[in-house]
Design a protein around this ligand. Structure first.
Ligand SMILES: Cc1ncc(COP(=O)(O)O)c(C=O)c1O
Length: 378
């Protein structure tokens, strides 16, 4: 029940157990081919979008977005927490102009506030970044609504879907998003090591003459991706070959479950967990139910040290994640519910939390959390 890396299915792990696999091998090229195509489907993109699988993870995918920027471009970062702020840190390393609009911890920046912010910047910016689910607090941004509001005021809309893709509704094309990105270790539930992106045709126009460096410059990777999708090996820098074999297996499992079913399962498990927390009388970090995410829930504590909760519940066989938002330091922890989580995980987590918190002295309604889940489910 961590916020990533997630528990990995054994069939996925075993798919990577290959002693002898090169970057030109048929197995690898086939796995790239399948995974690139599947990425479009998972992101709600059509054939016109270019998929990328690059080494690294969420942050390498984020930094590769500098491949779309020229010197002096104006970028607006919409930040709901730690990972939103990461965009500001990245862009500050490049010769572009960065503005950041921030939400208080537990809230998201409203679509109208983003529009107002762009209007303050003269009504036009080159690129806007959004974080679909802010992992530091579990807050979900309403991407479709934001895109409708700001599409005319910006050339490019980029969405960090690291904690959403594979667990939330994602519709890159219908929502008119230029870049949707994620990482291998979250709701897709493969090991860490790859950044995954899709770019619209509009985004691809900006690849020439950009401020990005060498390794994360998507201009250097695009031929490899196109070649692999045509079934031909190609090289720019060595890709994480074993991980890509696992990615293919994970995508096959996702396809077998069905993307919509997978999203519904995440919605059900996350709702059950929140019912349990409410039954216990605990406060959720996300302030408005429309900001609840399918993947992460921040939980506030009033008396105990959240790190003590994490240590004690690990002894019960459940791993949760620490709170990382600086404004809420020492006041909360996080429950991750993504990947292969099910209702039994939700019930075990809440029942273990009840025992642990009672023992540590946090005031809770003992037994009411599990009951609230049972009532919710029946
Ligand atoms: C929303 C979000 N964006 C970006 C990242 C960075 O990803 P990585 O740690 O793979 O670099 C994370 C990591 O947790 C994240 O949750």
């Amino acid at each position: 029940m961590h916020v990533g890396p997630e528990t990995i299915d054994y069939d996925v792990l075993l798919a990577g157990v290959k002693g002898d696999i090169g970057f030109t091998s048929k197995d690898f090229v086939d796995a790239m081919n399948y995974s690139l195509k599947y990425l479009r489907k998972l992101m709600g993109a059509d054939e016109s979008y270019q998929p990328f699988i690059i080494p690294g993870g969420g942050t390498s995918a984020m930094e590769s977005v500098t491949s779309l920027l020229k010197k002096g471009d104006k970028v607006l970062v919409v930040s709901n927490g730690v990972f939103g702020d990461r965009w500001t840190s990245i862009f500050s390393r490049y010769p572009v102009e960065v503005k950041t609009v921030k939400a208080k911890a537990g809230y998201y920046v409203k679509p109208e506030e983003i529009e107002d912010e762009i209007k303050k910047e003269g009504g036009k910016v080159k690129l806007v970044t959004l974080t679909h689910v802010e992992t530091s607090t579990g807050i979900r941004e309403p991407i479709e609504e934001v895109s409708k509001r700001i599409r005319d005021y910006t050339d490019l809309i980029v969405v960090d879907g690291v904690s959403s893709v594979g667990a939330e509704v994602v519709k890159a094309k219908d929502w008119n998003i230029d870049v949707y990105l994620t990482a291998s270790q979250k709701a897709i539930a493969t090991p860490p090591g790859a950044g995954l992106l899709v770019l619209s045709q509009n985004a691809l126009k900006y690849l020439d003459d950009n401020v990005a460096g060498y390794y994360l410059n998507l201009k250097n990777w695009i031929n490899v991706m196109q070649s692999m999708e045509n079934g031909k090996a190609s090289y720019f820098s060595t890709l994480p070959v074993h991980l890509v074999l696992m990615l293919k297996k994970a995508f096959e499992l996702i396809e077998a479950e069905g993307i919509e079913n997978r999203i519904k399962r995440h919605e059900l498990v996350s709702s059950a967990i929140r019912k349990g927390l409410e039954g216990m009388g605990l406060e959720i970090v996300a302030k408005a139910p429309d900001a609840y995410s399918n993947t992460v829930t921040g939980v506030k504590v009033s008396k105990v040290n959240p790190n003590d909760v994490l240590s004690a519940i690990t002894q019960e066989g459940i791993e949760l994640a620490p709170g990382v938002h600086p404004d809420l330091a020492g006041k909360y922890f996080r429950i991750g519910h993504m990947g292969w989580v099910n209702l039994n995980d939700a019930i075990s987590t809440i029942s273990a939390l009840e025992r642990v918190m009672k023992k540590l002295g946090e005031p809770i309604n003992y037994g009411e959390g599990v009951k609230a889940i049972q009532d919710f489910l029946s």
